[in-house]
Design a protein around this ligand. Structure first.
Ligand code: PEP
Length: 252
C-alpha cells in the first residue's frame, strides 16, 4: 500500500510572518500521517522555522525545494544537502520545471543531486517536467520516460523504493488549468511502467508518483482517485492555510 503524499510547494513566496501565520493555522488540522502524509516545500531560509514546528506537529514533514550535489565547499550561494539533513529535513524536491527553465538544470545534474540527497538519508522528490509540445509528439521516450531513467541512473533498488516521482507538466503549472484526471493517469501509468522496466513490478509498485499542476481543493479528489496517482503537489493553492487544509483533508 502506498500512503498518499501531499506536498505544498511554496516556491519563492511568503514572508517570515506569513510563514508563522500559516503554521499556526494548520496546527491540529492535518490528517493522520498513516492516512495522508503531508509536507511543505519551503525556501531554505524558512527551513529552521519549519523543522522546529514539525518536531511538535509531527503530522507535517519538511521538504527543501532544491539543494546542491556536494555536502560542503566553495560553492557560494548553494544549499548543502548535509546541512539540510542535519536540520531534520525529510524530503528534497529536485528538477522542478522552474529549476530546469530558469537555472539550466539538466537530468545529469539532477541525477547527481538525487545521489547526494539519498547519501544524506533524505528522500528526493524527482520532478519530471513535461511540455505540451513534447506530449503532442506522442513520443513516449521524449515525453516523461527519459527524465525518469536519467534521474535514476545508478540508484539501487533499496533507494529507489523510497523515492517520490513528481509528474509536473509545465503547461499546467501556475496556469489555473490542471491536467484532467485521465491525462494525469496516462502519464503516471507511463512513469510506473518505466519504473517496472528499471526495477521490476514489486519495487515499482512501492514508489509513489505525485502530480503537480494547478491542483486545488476542487480538483484534488478527482486526481487522487486515479490508479497510479499517489499524491499531489500544489503550488499556489498551498500558500493559503485554509485551502491547504482542505486539500490534505480531501478524503473527508
Ligand atoms: C508547482 O509549483 O509545482 C505547481 C504545481 O504549481 P501550481 O500548483 O501553482 O500550478
Amino acid at each position: 500500500m502506498r500512503t498518499p503524499f501531499i506536498v505544498g510547494n511554496w516556491k519563492m513566496n511568503l514572508t517570515l510572518h506569513e510563514v508563522e501565520e500559516f503554521l499556526d493555522a494548520v496546527k491540529g488540522n492535518l490528517p493522520d500521517p498513516k492516512e495522508v502524509e503531508c509536507a511543505i516545500a519551503a525556501s531554505s531560509i524558512y527551513m529552521d522555522v519549519l523543522t522546529r514546528f514539525c518536531k511538535e506537529e509531527t503530522n507535517l514533514k519538511t521538504a527543501a525545494q532544491n539543494c546542491f550535489y556536494k555536502d560542503s565547499g566553495a560553492y557560494t550561494g548553494e544549499v548543502s544537502p548535509m546541512a539540510l539533513a542535519d536540520m531534520g529535513v525529510n524530503y528534497v524536491m529536485l528538477g522542478h520545471s522552474e529549476r530546469r527553465k530558469y537555472f539550466g538544470e539538466t537530468n545529469k545534474m539532477i541525477n547527481k543531486k538525487v545521489k547526494a540527497v539519498l547519501a544524506n538519508n533524505m528522500v528526493p522528490i524527482i520532478c519530471c517536467d513535461e511540455t505540451m509540445a513534447k506530449r503532442k509528439t506522442y513520443d513516449e521516450m521524449n515525453w516523461v520516460v527519459n527524465p525518469v531513467i536519467e534521474a535514476l541512473k545508478g540508484i539501487s533498488e533499496d533507494d529507489a523504493k523510497k523515492i517520490v516521482i513528481g509528474y509536473e507538466p509545465s503547461w499546467a503549472i501556475g496556469t489555473g488549468k490542471s491536467a484532467s484526471g485521465a491525462e494525469v493517469q496516462e502519464a503516471c501509468f507511463l512513469i510506473r511502467e518505466t519504473l517496472k522496466d528499471l526495477y521490476g513490478d514489486d519495487i515499482a509498485n512501492q514508489i509513489r508518483i505525485v502530480y503537480g499542476g494547478s491542483v486545488n481543493a476542487r480538483n484534488v479528489s478527482e486526481i487522487m482517485s486515479q490508479d497510479d496517482v499517489d499524491g499531489v503537489l500544489p503550488g499556489k493553492s498551498s500558500l493559503k492555510a485554509k485551502e491547504f487544509i482542505k486539500i490534505v483533508n480531501y478524503q473527508n
